[in-house]
Design a protein around this ligand. Structure first.
Ligand code: SAM
Length: 290
């Protein structure tokens, strides 16, 4: 059965009386080439565990199951569970978990299901929670090798953006700190049923084994990024004042010590500069506590 064919999707919906939920971001993929690109670039081996987020009716799941040791697919919509039981019946290595991915302990899921191989996360993400899903995986340090995911083009562009670009922000800096990023495909809105309003992109995020900057305290690095971009029009002197309880004078002293002009804005800083400021903040706080 060609699960990705619009006629199959229609047949399944009619048979099960399934109504698509707009609020759950249900836009099903109908293009075999894009499905193949996601699976091929995920580089799935026979000992690997694949975690899929939002399997829908199982187009990516069925494909991944043919290459992986195991697939664990997390789907929030309980109306899709009987459908998945049917469409994935030929694959004994698939487990479907009826849960909200944002409330799922993915580290525990990986530990419970992983085999001898790697861990690959895939998905055509529900667009209303793309950023929280990515940040949850990264901030929780889920032990995965890579995340190959479809998202709205605009979010992918923000993730890829570098300093000086209008779309460079906290999301770009955070994802670039944790991962190396590669665009796998540009995807037009016409290949989904129902058709969303925006185009999409598939990104492969390879989780770094070693971070690109040395930090005394990772939390301080993120305080710095979040405060800096929280008020991105403000100068660093103003946007960082109050971060970690620091006074304006302290922030001025910290920026001077790392030779960063206090009138610059967060959107001009690269990861090395954020790290320098964060490390200096950590030192400053330590020295003033003693
Ligand atoms: N993978 C399928 C495909 O490519 O055709 C479906 C993708 S669809 C864009 C997103 C899927 O994520 C839907 O099946 C939706 O029900 C599911 N979903 C939405 N919110 C979710 C959540 N919080 N946790 C898990 N799954 C979710």
């Amino acid at each position: 059965m060609k699960l990705y064919a619009p006629s199959t999707i229609k047949e399944i919906r009619e048979k099960h009386g399934f109504r698509l939920s707009k609020s759950l971001g249900q836009n099903f993929l109908t293009d075999k080439n894009i499905i193949d690109r996601i699976i091929e670039s995920s580089d799935i081996g026979p000992e690997d565990l694949v975690i899929e987020i939002g399997p829908g009716i199982g187009v990516l799941t069925a494909e991944a199951a043919q290459y992986a040791g195991k697939v664990a697919a997390v789907e929030i919509d309980r109306n899709l569970i009987p459908i998945l039981e049917e469409t994935l019946a030929p694959y004994s290595n698939v487990t479907v978990i009826n849960q909200d991915v944002l409330k799922t302990n993915l580290t525990e899921l990986v530990e419970r299901c992983r085999g001898k191989g790697g861990v690959k996360i895939i998905g055509n993400l529900p667009y209303y929670i793309t950023t929280p899903i990515i940040m949850k995986i990264l901030e929780d340090h889920v032990p995965a090798d890579s995340i190959t995911i479809m998202m709205q083009k605009e979010v992918a562009d923000r993730i890829k953006a570098g300093p000086g670009s209008k779309t460079y922000g906290a999301l770009s800096a955070a994802v670039q700190y944790y991962c190396t990023i590669r665009q796998v495909a540009a995807v037009p809105k016409e290949v989904f049923v129902p058709q969303p309003k925006v185009d999409s992109s598939v990104l492969k995020l390879d989780i770094r084994k070693q971070h690109p900057v040395e930090l005394i305290d990772e939390k301080m690095f993120f305080v710095c990024i979040k405060s800096g971009f929280g008020q991105r029009r403000k100068t660093l002197l103003n946007s960082l004042t109050g971060a970690a309880g620091l006074s304006k004078d302290a922030v001025r002293e910290i920026l001077n010590a790392v030779h960063i002009d206090p009138v610059r804005r967060a959107e001009t800083l690269d990861l090395d500069e954020f790290a320098a400021i964060a490390n200096q903040m950590t030192e400053h706080i330590k020295n003033h506590q003693e």
